[in-house]
Write a protein that binds this ligand. Structure first.
Ligand code: CAO
Length: 497
């Protein structure tokens, strides 16, 4: 584990980061290629023979396979150490994922204040907010004033010991701390420096950006909502968490490339780019629009199309027309609805289920093309049927016939869903100052690297531990740094558990 390993990122040693097992074969590859062009296939054959003769694994660059059952041999990112300068949501989402995959994430926070979300939307007086706790699991926290001369020295030492620096400060803030790419790269040429920014290079590159700004500038808001209504933002945090996910992929990709190049690189995920990537199908529709009306949109056939992709209400984004339909109880329950898709291969079954068998052969309904101008009426007819049943009854009936559909689930229903608890997608976590709370666990399941969700750190909880274990400071040195004020005021620390 990274926590125990003293030298995770020593220059030239093949990446602990990429994982020992991956670093070596990757480094071998070019050599094999080169040699096969000339002569040397012999050593490989020899090794194979030895294996066969001795019945033992030949000594090779590959590590022996683990004898432990899946998931007990360590985590995917064991040995990777992250210097985490992230705050609010986008960056913390990224580093939380990396922590769940086994990276040692050291969150650097401003003394006395910490990540601003610790104190935002507070629901339990004196405890870190759910906003903070739900985005910072499995991390360690160190408080350092990055503008204090001693603080800068400590950060320089940490840079030498870490594999990745992740930040989502406003543009220029990291440079103003003196942590320029050149400075970092000189201290640790293997370090990957990963950033979230609102925009990529261009006219808006210096702007500060929050979630909904990204949804608006990335194309989501202009395409969300009803045709005559205002643009809408979505509940899914595609600007923040969506960009954090993109950044995490960039980081592991850079770690993999480092196993071959031996050097770090800069990784940038701009929120506008990430949202636009998630709105890819809308750019598809923009180009289709130039060739005629978008026939699966509710504007067709009677509404007018302009020169830009309109808001499509609840129409399905793909070639499978869908809509949200009322179910039993809709008059009082705001979520008594189901998403219903008229998938072409099951059209006959749909007709049977809703009591319209004549539509199976009626030329006005029999083909997807014939149905497109009649979707509004078709969904109205289906709704007459769905309104006679609860959303779960509709789901049960339609699933028997492989008709794609999905009930509109409230957050309450999701929080209480047993199957999500069993898969670790909804997790209950205990916290020393707030008690038990629910969180969303790791949505990405790796069979060899299961996730255990542990609580978020208290502000500065691991400051001494990190100085001691990661930097090798003795008590005298720790006191010196502390007395300098670089770690903030000495406050009585809370018990960890
Ligand atoms: N010690 C000393 N100073 C510290 C510090 C530490 N440990 N950690 C942070 N600071 C300082 C920074 O150096 C910066 O100071 P300067 O402006 O003097 O250089 C200051 O704290 C604040 O940083 P900021 O400008 O990033 O913070 P903000 O609250 O004003 O802006 C945000 C927040 C999110 C709008 C901005 O960081 C941003 O645009 N980030 C990039 C896009 C992004 O990630 N947005 C998603 C946020 S989640 O919705």
């Amino acid at each position: 584990m990274a926590k125990k390993s003293k030298k995770p990122a020593k220059a030239r040693k093949p990446a602990k980061a990429g994982g020992k097992s991956r670093a070596k074969p990757a480094a071998k590859k070019p050599a094999t290629k080169r040699s096969s062009a000339k002569v040397v296939k012999l050593p490989a054959r020899k090794a194979a023979k030895k294996t066969a003769t001795n019945g033992k694994a030949a000594k090779s660059a590959l590590p022996a396979p683990s004898k432990k059952p899946f998931g007990q041999a360590g985590k995917a990112l064991d040995g990777v150490r992250i210097l985490d300068f992230t705050h609010v949501q986008s960056g913390p989402t990224c580093t939380q994922l990396l922590a769940w995959f086994g990276a040692d994430v050291i969150k650097v926070e401003r003394p006395g204040v910490g990540d601003i979300t610790r104190g935002q939307l507070v629901d339990v007086k004196g405890a870190d907010s759910l906003y903070f706790t739900m985005l910072n699991h499995n991390k360690r926290s160190i408080t350092i004033d990055s503008k204090h001369p001693q603080g800068k020295r400590v950060l320089n030492e940490l840079i030498k010991k870490c594999d990745v620096l992740v930040e989502n400060f406003a543009p220029g803030a990291l440079d103003r701390m003196g942590l320029t790419w050149e400075h970092i790269h000189k201290l640790n040429p293997r370090m990957i420096v990963a950033s979230v920014k609102g925009f990529g290079p261009g006219p808006y590159e210096d702007c500060k950006v929050y979630e909904n700004v990204a949804q608006c500038t990335g194309g989501a808001a202009s395409t969300t909502g009803f045709r005559d209504g205002v643009p809408l933002v979505t509940g899914a945090q595609i600007g923040d968490s969506g960009t954090g996910l993109h950044l995490a992929l960039g980081i592991v990709t850079a770690l993999y490339q480092r196993t071959q190049t031996g050097r770090g690189q800069k990784v940038l995920a701009a929120m506008q780019d990430a949202v636009l990537n998630l709105c890819r199908v809308k750019l598809r529709d923009q180009q289709r629009l130039e060739r005629g009306p978008l026939k699966e949109y509710p504007q067709y056939p009677n509404g007018a199309f302009g020169d830009t992709v309109p808001r499509a209400g609840n129409a399905s984004g793909g070639g499978q027309p869908g809509w949200i339909l009322k179910c039993k109880g809709w008059e009082t329950d705001p979520n008594a609805y189901i998403y219903f898709i008229t998938q072409a291969p099951v059209w006959a079954k749909i007709c049977d289920v809703i009591g319209k068998p004549e539509w199976i052969t009626d030329p006005d309904y029999a083909t997807p093309a014939a149905r497109l101008p009649r979707l509004k009426d078709i969904f109205a007819t289906v709704e007459e049927w769905t309104m006679t049943k609860t959303k779960f009854e509709v789901m049960e009936i339609l699933n028997k016939y492989d008709i794609p559909c999905g009930p509109i689930l409230s957050m309450k229903e999701l929080a209480e869903d047993q199957s999500l608890r069993e898969t670790g997608t909804i997790v209950e976590v205990d916290h020393p100052t707030r008690g038990k709370y629910l969180t969303v666990g790791n949505p990405i399941k790796l069979s060899d690297s299961p996730t255990e969700v542990t609580r978020s750190p208290l502000l500065g909880e691991h400051t001494d531990e990190i100085l001691r274990e990661v930097l090798g400071f003795d008590e005298r040195r720790i006191s010196e740094v502390r007395d300098s004020g670089a770690l903030g005021l000495v406050v009585p620390r809370m018990a960890a558990e």
